[in-house]
Design a protein around this ligand. Structure first.
Ligand code: PGA
Length: 250
């Protein structure tokens, strides 16, 4: 399976800043992209088209950080899959923990977004993960199962294979500098693979499962070496081209 290295820029970067970071990244990689690695930049909506323009002709893909599950309509403030595709982006994040916990997005709404975006031709990075409270209450597997079932049940194997990736991001490790231990990552990724297998059958073995949460150039290669880790979703350390380029090469 190819390895996917994704940058989540969150609510950072103007159009000019996004273009500068994207161009710096391409210059730093000097046309020496690791053969088995794919790279996606998840930019804010306002910088999507500018980022897509900056990476045109390179192997880098661009994605949005959220989507609304309708083609168009009276949904003030929302963005459709068609609008994202129109900006030159091909990916979208669904269910990032900051949307689930800060904006109150439910697992069933995340499921609607996932299905609708895949159907519309976008690839989807479905984010799942437990809070510290849930982990300490021994609910890790139950939380991952519930989040995956709501998002993945009902999807065809074909739709999943065409564009679904899952990112396991323990909420307590996001932006905290507290990376999950190798044992924690191994355990959670095996659970995710297992749960996907129950829902999707053999298709599960071909879906990329990424780890996210305080990934840095210093810990990227040891995390990537773990079983069932097929990529990384990187927040803080993706904002600067230099550190993100080191993670791509890790
Ligand atoms: P972080 O964020 O790398 O800054 O912890 C990861 C994410 O939220 O996707």
């Amino acid at each position: 399976m190819r390895t996917l290295i994704a940058a989540n820029w969150k609510m950072f970067k103007t159009r000019a800043e996004a273009q500068q970071t994207a161009r710096e990244l391409i210059a730093l990689m000097q046309d020496d992209w690791p053969a088995e690695r794919d790279v996606v930049l998840f930019a804010p909506f306002t910088a999507l088209a500018a980022t897509a323009e900056a990476v045109a002709g390179s192997p880098v893909a661009v994605g949005a950080q959220d989507v609304y599950p309708a083609a168009e309509g009276a949904f003030t403030g929302e963005i459709s899959p068609g609008m994202i595709l129109d900006c030159g982006a091909s990916w979208v994040i669904a269910g990032h923990s900051e949307r689930r916990h800060i904006l109150g997005e439910s697992a069933s709404f995340v499921g609607k977004k996932t299905a609708f975006a895949l159907e519309a031709g976008l690839s989807v990075m479905l984010c799942i993960g437990e809070t510290l409270e849930e982990r300490e209450a021994d609910k890790l597997e139950a939380v991952l199962r519930a989040q995956l079932e709501q998002a993945v049940r009902g999807l065809s194997a074909d739709a999943c294979l065409k564009g679904l990736a899952v990112a396991y991001e323990p909420v307590w490790a996001i932006g905290t500098g507290k990376v999950a231990s190798e044992a924690d990552i191994l355990e959670a990724h095996a659970m995710v693979r297992n749960i996907l297998g129950v829902i999707l059958g053999s298709t599960a073995g071909s879906l990329p499962i990424l780890y996210g949460g305080s990934v840095k150039p210093e810990n990227a290669s040891s995390i990537l070496a773990l079983d069932n880790v097929n990529g990384l979703l990187v927040g803080g350390a993706s904002l600067r081209a230099e550190s993100f380029s080191k993670i791509i090469r890790a």
